[in-house]
Each structure stands twice: as C-alpha cells, then as structure tokens.
Design a protein around this ligand. Structure first.
Ligand SMILES: Cc1cc2nc3c(=O)[nH]c(=O)nc-3n(C[C@H](O)[C@H](O)[C@H](O)COP(=O)(O)OP(=O)(O)OC[C@H]3O[C@@H](n4cnc5c(N)ncnc54)[C@H](O)[C@@H]3O)c2cc1C
Length: 441
C-alpha cells in the first residue's frame, strides 16, 4: 500500500507562484499613469513578469532559508571577514541592478522617474525584501555623494551601473558599487548625538579630507558593501561629521572595519546585519564638520520612503495570496471568498494594501518635486507620518492575511511566515514609531 492510497487530495490550494505583478495590479497602473511615467512601462512590465515567475520566488525562498555566514578567518587563521551568501542573494541583486533601479531617480531628469523607481522597488519587494536593504541605502547615498566632486568622479559609474559585481575587491576594480550606512551605536540609536565613535584628521582635515575612525557600530547592515556612510565625532572640536568609509583603502589594503558578528534576526534573513568595530579605519569627510546629523538624515529621509514602499509591497503580497487562496478554497460548501465574514476581511486587506501603495507612490512624487515649496513641506511631514502608519499597519495586516490561509499560512512552505517575520523591521529601522511622531512634531 502507498501512503497516498488512503485518501484523495482535494480542496488543497497551491500558493500563487506565477502571476504578473503589474498586469494584475490596476491600482499601481493608475498610479503610474497619473504621473505620466509611461516611458518606463515596458521595462516595469517585463520586470514584473520576471519577478512573478516561480524561479524568482524560488530565489527569494533560498536566499532567506540559507542566510549569510560570516567567515572571520581563512583556513590558516588569517583574518578574512568574508560574508558568504547563497547564490540566490546575488541573483536577486543582479536582477534589481539590471533594471537600473539603483540610480534611476538621479541619473535622468525625465518626469516620472521617482514614480518609476518606486514602482520597481515596490514590485521587487513583493517577492524579496532583504535585497531592498542594500538597494535602498545605495540609492539614498547618491544625493550626498554627488555633492563631493572628487569622490563623485570615482564612484558615479559604479553607482549607476546596471550590473552586480559581487567581488570583494578594492573600489577601483569594481564595476558596480553598493553603499551602506552606519549610525546606530550600543548606547543609543535614535539619539545619534550620543555617538561616541571618533574621527581624527590624518592631515589638515576638513571637507574631503582623510580621517582615522575609532569606535563601533552596533547595527551595520550589508557590511561587505563597498563603502558605508558613517557618523562620528570629529576631534578635537567634537562636532559630528559624516564619513565615506570604504571596505578597502585607496592603497589597496582592507580597511580596518572589524566585523565582530552577524545579527541573528527575526526576519530579513537573506540580508547580513553586523556589529563592527573601527580600529583606526580610514574615512573621508562628507559635507562639513558639525553637519553630520543633517547629512545622514537626508539619507534617512529617502530610506524612510523606501520603508513605506517596502511595507506596502509586503501588504500587497499578503493580500494577493489571501485573495487567491480564499477564492479557491472551499469551506461549508462554498468558496471562502463568498462567506460574508471572509469578504469583510479580504475587502479590508485590499483597501489597506491599495491605500498603502497609493500613499507611497504619491510620496515618491513629492521627492521628485521637492524644489517646489508645497511639495517639499508635504514630503517633510508625510515621510515620517507615512513610515509610522504604513510600516506599523503592515504587521497586523500580514498576520490577518496569514489567517486567511488557515494552518497552511502558518507553515514554512508558505510565503506568509517569511512576510510576518519581515514586517516589523521597517517599523524599527530608519527611526522607530515614536521617533517618527517626534519628527512630525
Ligand atoms: C535588522 C536591522 C538592521 C539595521 N541596520 C542598521 C544599519 O545598517 N545602520 C544603522 O545605523 N542602523 C541600523 N539599524 C538600527 C536601527 O536604525 C535602530 O535600531 C533604530 O534606529 C532604533 O535605535 P535603537 O535600537 O538604539 O533603539 P532606541 O534608540 O533605544 O529606541 C528604543 C525605543 O524607544 C523609542 N524612543 C527613543 N527615543 C524616544 C523619545 N525621545 N521619546 C519616545 N520614545 C523614544 C524608540 O522609538 C524605540 O521604540 C538596524 C536595525 C535592525 C533591526
């Protein structure tokens, strides 16, 4: 007798793993039409198709199931500090990069560019979230870096690159660059003024000058990025500065950024987040001494928009899966979706999902038009407000969608547990909820 001889399998519904992420989303299509972003339509359409295919869902699953591992030493005991990722991680980064999304808001003046970028980010985030972390930070670093002409000349091509170069080699050899950010220290993350890491000038110092950084960061995501923008106190006057701290020094030696360990996180498991120590690391001052916090907060303003879009993306995936399941699964003689109570659940999810996406897309437009005073003011208030609301709401909404799948939603073969583990992070990083409230005030 075979196991499957005891019963027929019926009324079990497969998760949706092959659908077109843009063609199935009329609200997103409307959002793109409203801002005249049609020029990017063919590219977004093709990307949405690729993302929605089983092979891409499989990459997302693998990258999260087989998270990064820190190899501190090589086989002969030499310090190595390599982070090994599953090939699926690199596959997903390559997919994102091929779309030109990292530089899109800044490498053209074409109207609708921020909306096209936001749509691409939102589509990618529906399938995999961890890769959005390096993507977000790299894009957000661009406006800061292009104000530093000498550095910009060295990094522009790598930042706008449409390829992914996973090699851990000096900057000059790289065809594509990733950039992270380092603010949070052990004694306080929200209060960046409490930072104790110091930067001492190696020469005369000042904007564009070289410094020696000593101290630590308690959270330092994507630690093998080609560089991080790091906040530190500048000796001797103690003003806070923001520094470009590359993984490799210009002389071709590895910079003194010791990766102590990787965080064992609830979610966001495909992405590496680390604890690091700067043991006289080499860095260049970005902007002026004393302007370190406003400089890094300019970067955080962009990353907060990304948090909104990322949470809206999770909400969309959860809603799509819940709807697809409820339409096919039968209970008490009819499909779940036709039961009155279930319809209320699904309608609430769909409404909240669409609202979150619409707010994120509208906010992206304000970033594009922030030379206009009204748009700039709107962006200033709505960025923290939207981050507070959408990122917090994504958590119970994903849980609600999970429940629509019943027991199947709770099992790791479903995408739902990954989404539920992932959801809280957007509410915490880049400023937690209370900090967003204070920011609005
Ligand atoms: C997975 C992950 C990756 C991360 N990656 C990075 C990274 O790459 N780079 C980086 O710099 N940081 C990173 N962070 C750190 C993150 O930005 C901080 O955790 C966050 O800003 C909060 O800082 P904290 O943990 O020190 O909490 P705290 O500052 O101690 O805050 C704790 C709580 O108190 C609240 N609070 C603080 N001050 C007030 C106040 N005045 N009034 C009322 N409530 C208040 C906060 O809202 C929060 O809820 C990462 C975090 C996570 C979880």
């Amino acid at each position: 007798m075979h196991l499957w001889d005891t019963h027929d399998i019926h009324n079990q519904v497969d998760e949706l793993r092959d659908y077109h992420l843009l063609q199935s989303d009329p609200a997103l299509q409307d959002a793109l039409r409203r801002v005249g972003a049609q020029a990017w339509w063919p590219q977004l359409d093709a990307y949405a198709q690729t993302l929605g295919q089983p092979a891409t869902w499989a990459l997302a699953e693998q990258a999260n199931r087989h998270g990064p591992q820190l190899q501190r030493f090589d086989a002969r005991g030499r310090l190595d500090e390599r982070v090994d990722f599953h090939p699926a991680w690199h596959g997903l980064l390559a997919l994102y990069r091929q779309q030109g999304l990292v530089g899109l808001p800044f490498d053209t003046a074409q109207p609708g560019r921020f909306s096209a970028w936001a749509a691409g980010f939102y589509l990618h985030g529906q399938v995999e979230q961890g890769t959005l972390c390096p993507a977000t930070m790299t894009t957000a670093a661009i406006p800061l870096l292009r104000r530093e002409p000498a550095l910009w000349a060295q990094v522009q091509a790598g930042l706008f690159s449409r390829s992914h170069d996973p090699r851990d080699v000096p900057l000059a050899e790289k065809t594509a660059l990733w950039v992270g950010m380092g603010m949070t220290e052990k004694q306080g993350g929200s209060d960046v003024r409490a930072n104790t890491t110091t930067a001492t000038p190696l020469g005369t110092g000042g904007r564009g000058g070289a410094y020696r950084l000593r101290g630590h960061k308690w959270f330092f995501s994507a630690p093998t990025s080609d560089a991080h923008l790091v906040v530190a106190r500048v000796a001797p006057d103690d003003g806070i500065g923001c520094f470009w701290v590359p993984r490799w020094r210009p002389d071709g030696t590895r910079n003194a950024i010791r990766i102590l360990q990787l965080k064992d996180k609830l979610g966001n498991r495909s992405n590496a987040s680390s604890e690091v120590e700067f043991q006289d690391a080499w860095g260049l001052l970005i902007g002026e001494v004393g302007r370190g916090i406003p400089t890094i907060l300019e970067m955080a303003s962009q990353t907060r928009l990304n948090c909104v879009l990322g949470s809206a993306a999770m909400l969309r995936t959860a809603t799509v899966q819940a709807l697809a399941y409820a339409r096919q699964r039968q209970a008490f003689g009819q499909s779940l979706a036709t039961h009155g109570l279930m319809r209320s659940v699904l309608v609430d999810l769909a409404l909240e999902s669409e609202a979150a996406m619409t707010l994120g897309m509208r906010l992206a437009q304000a970033f594009e038009h922030d030379a206009q005073p009204l748009e700039r003011s709107w962006k200033r208030i709505l960025t923290p407000a939207a981050k507070f609301w959408v990122c917090k709401r994504a958590i119970p909404c994903v849980a609600e969608a999970m429940e629509v799948l019943g027991g199947n939603g709770y099992v790791e073969t479903s995408v739902m547990p990954r989404l539920l583990r992932e959801a809280p992070v957007n509410s915490i990083w880049e400023g937690a909820g209370n900090i967003m409230c204070l920011d609005v005030l």
